[in-house]
Design a protein around this ligand. Structure first.
Ligand SMILES: Nc1ncnc2c1ncn2[C@@H]1O[C@H](COP(=O)(O)OP(=O)(O)OP(=O)(O)O)[C@@H](O)[C@H]1O
Ligand SMILES: [Mg+2]
Length: 366
């Protein structure tokens, strides 16, 4: 197996870059987000950020920056990446970038307790049965989850495998190189969000990342991602549903969604009626995953955090509280950073948009 190990990329990174600026770049389905972070002494500063959204996908269903294909579309991503770099003019070329959840495979497997030296081989052997790509063409990482006793009284150990096709890693490398940047680290975005929104001392937390074409839901315990799921409904589903209901263009619908959210009253009630079924799909999946986790581990999920652009939907917290009794929180993905006073009023919405990018940059410093 060719070792392009994602974590191997930057084994010495903290020493090498601990005093310079670094970039975190999140290439999403419909946007690219960038943060530039510096550390001086103990203080980390958000020096600069950029968010470049394309709304082309609202016109043509297939114009997202990425599809679920294994390779990133260089033709679509590279011009947008170059544009965000030319507009933000970062002082460094060193980048940590994320791989979207839908470019990775997540597999949970059970195995008997094995000797440490036997584990890697056994995991690869099992992974082969679930991953539709030859094992010499993927990067494989795993974490130990809980253990349990099966019907025959044997102790079984659960593992969560994260499998990334080498083709995806290669296309990321190529895109960043062509943009004139130095790709120093790559990781799947759930890890970045877990790093920016939680710490190892946090209670068990469910994180809901409402993106454009999809929503990712994961459970983080002690700073480690223990469950991952993804559903094909995100902010764009809300926009399309509203456009159909009101028979308006996707652009007007996007605008209306952002202005009114779930708070429309009187004649505007149609707006929430078009949006709510999709929020309910997301919430049902969240409940299913929480219940599964709690039943299998006998531990309680204590916090639910919401992030991603879709989390900016006005009234979403109150709606979730009303139907599930849960108090969802936003979390502050930028809490460790000082920032320009002029950006302070936007901290909450920036935190939702930059949770992946800031988690990426943080890995250099924490
Ligand atoms: N104020 C707002 N109210 C409601 N929705 C919003 C608001 N602002 C942004 N959104 C929605 O957020 C979504 C984009 O979220 P985000 O930027 O996290 O997506 P992405 O990272 O490009 O996609 P993904 O993570 O799925 O790859 C869009 O559907 C957009 O309509
Ligand atoms: Mg995203």
């Amino acid at each position: 197996m060719i070792d392009l190990g994602i974590s191997g990329f930057f084994s010495d990174i903290k020493n090498v870059f601990s005093r310079s600026n670094v970039l975190g770049i999140d290439i999403g389905t419909t946007s690219i987000k960038l943060v530039e972070v510096s550390k001086k002494g103990e203080n980390m500063t958000l020096e600069n950020y950029g968010i470049l959204e394309t709304q082309e996908y609202l016109k043509r269903g297939n114009a997202a920056l990425q599809t679920s294909a294994l390779k990133l579309s260089e033709r679509d991503v590279l011009p947008v990446l170059k544009k965000i770099i030319s507009e933000t003019k970062p002082k460094t070329k060193i980048v940590a970038a994320s791989i979207p959840i839908f470019n990775a495979f997540f597999v949970t497997i059970d195995m008997p307790e094995l000797q440490p030296k036997e584990i890697a081989g056994a995991i690869k052997f099992q992974a082969k049965q679930y991953v539709p790509i030859p094992m010499d063409q993927v990067n494989l990482e795993w974490v130990r989850l809980d253990n349990f006793q099966n019907e025959r009284g044997q102790i079984q150990q659960k593992y969560l495998l994260t499998v990334v096709p080498l083709a995806t890693i290669e296309s990321m490398r190529s895109i960043f190189k062509k943009a004139g940047l130095k790709l120093a680290a790559l990781e799947v975005e759930n890890k970045s969000i877990a790093r920016s929104l939680t710490s190892s001392s946090n209670p068990i937390t469910q994180i809901i990342d409402i993106g454009s074409e999809s929503t990712s839901i994961f459970i983080v315990d002690g700073g480690v991602v223990k469950r991952v799921a993804q559903i094909d409904n995100g902010g764009a589903s809300l926009t399309r549903s509203l456009a159909r209901t009101l028979d308006i263009s996707a652009f007007r619908s996007e605008n209306l969604k952002r202005r009114k959210g779930l708070l429309g009253s009187g004649g505007e009630y149609e707006i929430s009626r078009a949006l709510i079924p999709f929020i309910d799909i997301i919430l049902n999946e969240c409940t299913r995953i929480r219940v599964e986790y709690e039943n299998n581990t006998n531990k309680k999920v204590q916090d639910v955090l919401i992030t991603g652009g879709g989390a900016n939907l006005l009234g979403i917290e109150d709606y979730v509280k009303k139907v599930t009794g849960l108090q969802i929180k936003s979390g502050d993905a930028l809490k460790l950073f000082e920032m320009d006073v002029n950006a302070e009023p936007m901290r909450k919405s920036l935190s939702r948009s930059l949770s992946v990018a800031s988690g990426l940059a943080l890995q250099f410093f924490v």
